[in-house]
Design a protein around this ligand. Structure first.
Ligand code: ZN
Length: 452
């Protein structure tokens, strides 16, 4: 079980003639540069570590393209959310599994090898817990296993409709959990944990979970498990938090909770300079979802300020209007260029190649947020890697330091040719190995859902 790369992106940068070997549980055992290819070993030109998708609501994949019609007044995140609620109200566990499998296969084809599922659709259509309290979470994990992607399942704590413990609206009944519900679901998922599956938790937001509840969950959750939260996606959310607490969301969270490296602050979109400093100093990961944040009209995150402060970040596809890390990273950079009227923003004096900086930084942040061991071509990490299509004109004859620039900023062809996850090839020649069966189940599911 080995692969020989003429060029591979290691934690220290691109290296030549790299022999990669992995074991039966899917972990890299050897990463040796300046090696000679052993007889019979598979050869690849460019190998990079697979990307982590640190924020996903898998069922929303089925909404893609269906919420792009203007209403009577200005449309916003909040009107989009009403459409999402209507859809979420009728979907079954079997349908969640079929949609998630399609999504994860697509994510793999585009270069994600791990996903963090922020999972809040946990009750049945009547608003009751399933006989198996982790029923829908187990379905998403089953979809991850069927596709071969690594997953961090984050059952969501979702108790309130707004600050001040406002009662949930009827259309939020399927999301309702209290601290006990979440801990029961986490416990039910313990048997799922292995090299490909980790379990953490996610207070939905400071709107939907109180500080008391967050503390209750944290006190019972094993200490190293990841904790994710939607923190400051919308200006209205910041205003509501200020009105209720006199503090902005990040300030309020840090005032009451010891936020550390297990935390991922998703959509840290609206933060001031002090909050950027707090996030960076805590070692928490800022979870950025540029295509969804653009689609929902959220706003732009102050990425250069976080980078300058030594902060950590990663990317997620969130509502899945895109399933490609290329598009997330491209728009992460392009948003800054448009706003600042500058070029090559995401870089540091030590790493001036924007593509290399973005890939490595988002990967490290994503791996931390996942609480698993993807994130690097290094012994002990998961054997999660991408072989790029060196036969494609975009990569033909380019210098190795321009490979990731070409991947991220040139055209829309998918340059990911083969994808290995946990030591198994899941994509070969641009096709997922179970693509036909997964797509057929997805199409049947969508036909039924759209007929309702
Ligand atoms: Zn989200």
């Amino acid at each position: 079980m080995s692969l020989f790369a003429r060029h591979a992106l290691l934690p220290q940068g691109w290296r030549r003639d790299v022999l990669l070997a992995w074991d039966a549980v899917g972990e890299l055992t050897t990463v040796q540069d300046n090696a000679a290819p052993p007889d019979g070993v598979e050869l690849a030109e460019y190998v990079v570590p697979g990307m982590v998708n640190l924020h996903s609501h898998a069922f929303q994949r089925a909404l893609g393209g269906m919420t792009e019609k203007a209403g009577d007044g200005p449309d916003s995140f909040w009107t989009w959310r009403e459409l999402m609620y209507r859809f979420a109200g009728r979907i079954t566990p079997e349908q969640i599994e079929a949609i998630a499998a399609q999504l994860f296969a697509e994510c793999l084809r585009h270069g994600y090898t791990a996903v963090c599922e922020f999972h809040y659709l946990q009750r049945d259509v009547a608003g009751c817990l399933y006989a198996r309290p982790a029923e829908t979470a187990e379905r998403v994990i089953a979809a991850a296993r069927a596709s071969g992607i690594g997953i961090t399942m984050l059952p969501v704590l979702y108790s309130h409709a707004g600050f001040g413990a406002q009662a949930l609206q009827p259309q939020q009944a399927r999301f309702r959990t209290d601290a006990d519900d979440v801990l029961r679901i986490v416990e039910a998922l313990e048997v799922q944990r292995d090299g490909q599956v980790e379990v953490g938790c996610a207070p939905h937001s400071l709107r939907a979970a109180s500080i008391v509840q967050i503390r209750e969950v944290l006190s019972a959750l094993p200490p190293e498990r990841p904790v994710h939260i939607h923190i400051a996606e919308q200006q209205a959310e910041v205003a509501q938090c200020l009105a209720a607490t006199s503090l902005r969301p990040v300030q309020y969270l840090y005032e009451h909770i010891a936020v550390d490296t297990r935390w991922c602050l998703v959509h840290a979109t609206h933060v001031d300079a002090n909050e950027i400093g707090q996030i960076a100093a805590s070692g928490a990961v800022a979870g950025l979802c540029p295509t969804t944040e653009a689609n929902l009209g959220d706003g732009l995150f102050a990425l250069p300020e976080l980078i300058a402060a030594g902060g950590r970040f990663g990317i997620g596809s969130d509502s899945h209007v895109s399933q490609s890390p290329v598009e997330e990273l491209r728009w992460l950079e392009y948003g800054q260029r448009l706003q600042r009227q500058q070029r090559n923003v995401a870089a540091t004096p030590a790493q001036r190649q924007v593509g290399d900086f973005l890939w490595q930084a988002a990967l490290q942040g994503g791996a931390q947020a996942a609480g698993r061991k993807p994130g690097a071509l290094a012994p002990g990490c998961r054997a999660d890697l991408l072989v790029l299509d060196d036969d494609h004109p975009n990569l033909c004859g380019v210098a190795v330091h321009d490979v990731l620039g070409s991947l991220l900023f040139c055209g829309n062809d998918n340059l990911v040719r083969d994808v290995m996850c946990g030591g198994l090839w899941q994509v070969r020649g641009g096709r997922h190995v179970a693509q036909d069966a997964i797509a057929a189940a997805y199409k049947r599911t969508l036909a039924r859902l759209r007929a309702l």
